[in-house]
Design a protein around this ligand. Structure first.
Ligand SMILES: CCCCCCCCCCCCC[C@H](O)CC(=O)SCCNC(=O)CCNC(=O)[C@H](O)C(C)(C)COP(=O)(O)OP(=O)(O)OC[C@H]1O[C@@H](n2cnc3c(N)ncnc32)[C@H](O)[C@@H]1OP(=O)(O)O
Ligand SMILES: NC(=O)c1ccc[n+]([C@@H]2O[C@H](COP(=O)([O-])OP(=O)(O)OC[C@H]3O[C@@H](n4cnc5c(N)ncnc54)[C@H](O)[C@@H]3O)[C@@H](O)[C@H]2O)c1
Length: 499
């Protein structure tokens, strides 16, 4: 039971299953049945059941996508994708190649660095073999080809670019793709945060450029954010949405702004976690609070595995690095500790798959605090959760106000399937409603007073009818998400408020 509870991370159903089986095995038949019924009643009437139903229906509702400009799932026709290419075979590119091969789609993996290509070939092959063995099928190795350079791209219907997060590099790659590919080839980017419209502008077919944002590890995580720019055509959006489904993902269409939906919210979550380090918390304490809430890994373990350099590149491209910015920047500089491939490493001193406290980081933080005149104080688990999660939720409301996500369900699907938000808590927007919006508002205001860098709270009373664009809050689950507060703040600048 202890093992089940640990793995369930706060979900009550797995423990109830064990209790029911125990009752069946140890009690007379009728008593065992009665016990099972009682447990089922408890589960059916729990908030967790409502949260899971919300996840279920939300995942279905995001397939009926629409955009503020009128593109919709039922008026846009996807194109077939017979063959694809992935450019850049690092952490993400390899996982994307695996996803294509597993879905039975021939894929060409393209690198500029021959050594990286060899590492990618080995990793992709090993992953496909392991996966096929588990499923008792032949590994689809014949569907994957690898090459250095862009010379073989005329045969592909769609390309996904996954090179470093660097706008100048990505623009160059898109320019090259534009001449290397057929004029009708869709050009997609796996960028975490960059402006799709700028990439589209470097090509001969801006209408065929969309974001296809996969989540790490790309062959495991079920989410695909499909980002439409102001010039993306309905065909391009529909093709990316449908392709996501073929790859076994749930696709969510979102607008173009820095960080889109997921990372735009994540920025505030990461930022609070870093401020908590400055104020006296340790990375393992922050992670533990988030893991007890139900995340498979806390923010620092997740950043270690995704690659601290990726987070740093994202922040650098957004102008979020340099003096006066929380200690992530200096942490990154620690020699030999820049990404998961180096030592399985970093902020929490991950040794292999186990997270261990890192003595270097502890003394770094002490020195950092004393250099900046910061006195360490005790930070409670409640404060970690409220500051990290409500800052994230708050940005979710701004995103809704901006029309970047079609509705709160879209945000919840993104967080549950892309970032491991515990499904029994429904997603951030569902959770805020479950906690009570007045409570969330009060806590945001409290932390804003105490720590002026905490984002200002949403303040306006929510419109009762809020739901996805042009649809009521999903009708299958009564009472869900009838309420969404609007931010009193001016939303931060974003690329296009009405793409
Ligand atoms: C203005 C805008 C600015 C924006 C600023 C934002 C700043 C932050 C920027 C972040 C960087 C960009 C992020 C990116 O764009 C979006 C993301 O992808 S965020 C990452 C989301 N992913 C997760 O949160 C995954 C969390 N992990 C899990 O849910 C589980 O681990 C799992 C993947 C479901 C697997 O669980 P299990 O089956 O129990 O197995 P393990 O836990 O042992 O892991 C298996 C295997 O997967 C590897 N792995 C796990 N997580 C990651 C990860 N995040 N990245 C890479 N790899 C990961 C793990 O190492 C294991 O590998 P193996 O040992 O088998 O080789
Ligand atoms: N790591 C993550 O968690 C994550 C998640 C989602 C999205 N992303 C985004 O995906 C992209 C790639 O990230 P990553 O973590 O896989 O990076 P990475 O550093 O692991 O890999 C990038 C790869 O691109 C290759 N490359 C660079 N220039 C190239 C070129 N001109 N042609 C071909 N290959 C080239 C490099 O050799 C390297 O192998 C970035 O835009 C990143 O923001 C990353």
């Amino acid at each position: 039971m202890a093992q089940v509870r640990r793995r369930a991370r706060g979900a009550i159903a797995p423990a109830a299953c064990v209790q029911a089986i125990r009752a069946a095995a140890t009690l007379p038949y009728s008593q065992g049945m009665r016990r099972e019924r009682e447990l089922m009643d408890t589960l059916f009437n729990s908030g967790q059941a409502r949260a899971m139903q919300h996840c279920f229906f939300s995942q279905r509702s995001v397939g009926r996508w629409s955009t503020p400009s009128g593109m919709r799932w039922d008026n846009s026709r996807p194109r077939p994708v017979h063959k694809a290419a992935v450019v850049g075979l690092g952490t993400m590119g390899r996982g994307i190649v695996v996803s294509f091969a597993r879905a039975g789609i021939p894929v060409l993996g393209v690198e500029m660095d021959a050594k990286q290509l060899e590492v990618a070939r080995k990793t992709v092959t090993a992953t496909l073999e392991r996966d096929a063995q588990r499923r008792g099928v032949e590994p689809p190795l014949g569907l994957v080809r690898f090459t250095v350079g862009l010379q073989d791209l005329r045969e592909v219907d769609l390309v996904i670019e996954a090179v470093f997060e660097d706008m100048a590099l990505k623009k160059r790659v898109f320019r090259e793709l534009s001449s290397a590919c057929r004029p009708d080839t869709l050009l997609c980017s796996n960028t975490s945060s960059l402006d799709l419209d700028q990439l589209a502008a470097t090509t001969s077919r801006p209408e065929l450029v969309v974001g296809m944002h996969f989540f790490a590890p790309a062959h495991v995580m079920k989410l695909l954010e499909v980002i439409y720019g102001p010039r993306s055509s309905p065909t391009a959006v529909a093709t990316a949405m449908q392709l996501g489904k073929r790859l076994g993902k749930v696709s969510v269409a979102v607008g173009n702004c820095p960080g889109f939906v997921g990372n735009r919210m994540l920025k505030h979550y990461v930022e609070q976690a870093n401020f908590l380090l400055e104020e006296g918390a340790s990375p393992e304490q922050v992670d533990q609070a988030l893991e007890e809430f139900g995340f498979p890994m806390g923010v620092f373990r997740m950043s270690d595995l995704s690659g601290l350099d990726v987070g740093w590149r994202v922040r650098k491209e957004s102008g979020l690095t340099g003096p006066g910015v929380a200690p992530g920047e200096q942490v990154r500089r620690r020699q030999g500790r820049r990404r998961q491939a180096v030592a399985g490493t970093c902020t929490t001193g991950l040794g292999g798959r186990e997270a261990k406290p890192d003595p270097w980081l502890r003394s770094f933080l002490e020195e950092y605090r004393s250099r900046h005149g910061l006195r360490a104080r005790t930070v409670s688990q409640q404060e970690v959760l409220e500051r990290c999660l409500y800052a994230l939720v708050n940005e979710g409301f701004r995103i809704l106000e901006d029309g970047i996500a079609a509705g709160p369900e879209d945000i919840d699907v993104i967080y549950v399937l892309g970032y491991g938000w515990p499904p029994h808590r429904g997603g951030p927007m569902f959770h805020a409603v479950a906690v009570g919006l007045p409570t969330v508002l009060e806590r945001l205001e409290h932390y804003h007073q105490a720590h002026p860098r905490h984002p200002t709270a949403p303040a306006q009373p929510p419109p009762a009818e809020a739901g996805r664009q042009g649809q009521p809050a999903h009708p299958e689950v009564e009472g869900d998400h009838q309420e969404c507060p609007q931010s009193a703040l001016r939303p931060p600048d974003h690329y296009h408020s009405s793409p």
